[in-house]
Every structure is written in structure tokens, then in C-alpha cells.
Design a protein around this ligand. Sequence first.
Ligand code: ZN
Length: 402
Amino acid sequence: MRIAAAIGAVILLVGLGLAVRYFATDDGTSMDLTKIPEPVQSEPAPPPLPPLPSNTQEQPPLPAQDSMAAQQPPQGTGESGTMMSEEEGPLRFSMPLDCPDYGEDCYILNFVNAGLETDPRDYSCGSLTYAEHRGTDFRLLSLQEMEAGVSVLAAAPGEVVQVHDGMPDANYRLFGRDAIADRGLGNRVVIDHGDGIRSTYGHMRRGSVAVSVGDTVARGQMIGLVGMSGLTDFPHVHFEVSDQGSFVDPFTGALRHEGCGLIGESLWQQETLAKLPYLRTVVIRSGFADETLNRAAVEYGLFNEGPIAATSTALVMHVYVAGIQEGDAFVAEITDPTGARFVKSGSEFDRYRQSRLLAIGKQDLLEPLIPGIYSGEFRYYRRDASGEKVEIFAINESVEVR
Ligand SMILES: [Zn+2]
């Protein structure tokens, strides 16, 4: 009975779509967070990876990257420490959404493209950006959180100069990029902070915009809710800063395309910057299904909720990874209920990629699956300074076949 209960617990976790989330930071630590998984981002479909050994499929990925570079996180500066009003001195931004615990409540999936259009890089020379990106995307962990309601906050005081509302919160892939036209940021608010500096909050939830043009807003004031409107397929707020019309990366103060690895002066308040560790690699979601899922399905969490039928013709573990560096590699293995290998595969990434949806398993099965628990293990590796492959995180998933 205890075994049955344990199995039941495993199944329950899988059924709820719960998975341990992993964030690889630059100091060698990894944060593992047990959280409801979520969705990811969209963009032009990137080129395919080198084919894996048998039985591995891949999904259309995101933007692509190339080459390598130094990895120097920028330095924060702090204007704080004085007894003056926080609104004195140079303009500094605070969190643009209600995210008390970064990594648990939200995390950044895309930064400003500090690199070239042809070689997108985030400020730390990682791959968490894409060609045309000019803001910082703070994403929620799941659509469920978006539905529960997470506030978008004015990141500094100012005057509202533009608002737009009324666009639906939906994966744009459902109706196509053309339907969005020039309203890519969806429902949005633009705040003028004076001296030519503006901040924009995009993809807000339909009907949530809580301010009007001409309103004066205070730092931290709720201006709406995080949504999924406009050109996106995951719930997030796109926070964009411009200075005299030019896009600026709040992590470095550098202009878009100015280059990565720059030691700049952050535009975040010191205490805000301290809460935003650079997460170079993120597992957005993982789980089993009885078919190979696409990105939208994974974003909506359409993993198998209950046991997979033994008569299914496919058994596939999905791992959605963002922040892939050149030379990164993974090895995945699924074991059947007898402990025998069901499938094993792996691959090395030959270049930077914003994200990849990896699918490991078998399809077009002719024989029924063996009833019991199938276990998947996914190990992710990165080369250290000496070129050695070092495991930076691992994920385990399991599913019952009945
Ligand atoms: Zn964005």
C-alpha cells in the first residue's frame, strides 16, 4: 500500500503538471523551484539542431544566436543611501510588476538585445533575447498565475502619455502575426518620466489598464495586470525604457545593440537590481505526454494529466529550455517499469539559442507499453573554462502507464 501511495503521489505531481524548475546562475549555484510549469515565448522559427540519435524529436525553437563572448554581468550602481526622497537624483526604476520573489513569482525570459540583429545577445552575452527585442520580459510562471491576477506597477513616477486596452489575452499563433499588425505590445501603458525618459508596459491583460492619459502615477502604483495580449504566447510584462526615443537596457544603461558584456550603470534602483540575479539558463517546463507537443501546447501545460494508456503509440518527455549557450549538451534517458532502457538520446548545441523545446521518447510504437511507471532523467551540461563538460542541472520526470 505504501508503494501504491508513493506511486499515487508521483502520478499526482505529474498530473498537476508540477515539475521542479531549474535556474542556472553564473555563480555555479542552481535554484530548483517546485512550481507549476509554464509557457514560453514565440518568435521566428529557428534553424534545426543537429539530429539526435534515434527517437528524439525537436520542436521549432526560437531566435538563434551565434558565437561566444565574455560573460560579465553588469554592475549595479546605487543612488540610494541618502536620506533624500527616493525621487531625487537620477531616475531609477523599481520592479514593473508585483513579484515579491524573483524566480518564484516571475523571472526574466528576454532582455534587451545588446547584440546585433544578426547576433542577438542579452547584456551578459547570453542568449536570453532575440533580434528585435527592445525591452525586458518579466514572465509569470504559468497562465494560472496570470488568471489569478498579477499587478503591473509603475516603475518610477511620471505622467501617463499613452494607453491601449481591449486586445485579447491569447497565443498569437492562434490567429497569426498579421492579425496583430503594429499592435505587437498589445494592451499597454506608456509613462513619461521627464527629461525624455519613458517606460512602456506591454502585453497587459485585457480590460485591466487602470490609468488614463494625463494621469500622474507614483512609483509602485498599480497600472493594470500582467497579460498575454499582442505578439506573444506566454504571460509576461514587456518593460521597455527609452531615452530621447532610443531604447535603453535598464541593466547597463547602454543603448540597444551597443554590445554585450559592458560594465554599465544600471537604471534599476539598487535594491531592485539586487533582486534580479542573472539566470543564464532556465527550464521553463517539462513533462510527459502520449504525443509530441508543440510549444503552444507545452506553454498551455498540455502534458498528460492522468496515466498514459498502454495502447498509446507514443511516449514522450518534453523539456523546454531557455538560455542555451554554444557547446551546451544534454543527455536524456527514459527507463521502463522493469528498469530497462526505453530510450536514450542526447545532443550538443552548436550555437547560442534563445530556447529549445526538446522531446525525448518514441512514437509510432507497434507494441503496447508496459504498464507501470516510466521514469525520465534529463541531464544538462556546459563546458567550463577548461573545456570540460560539467553538469549544471538535472531533471527527473515520471509518468504512469496503465
Ligand atoms: Zn518583450
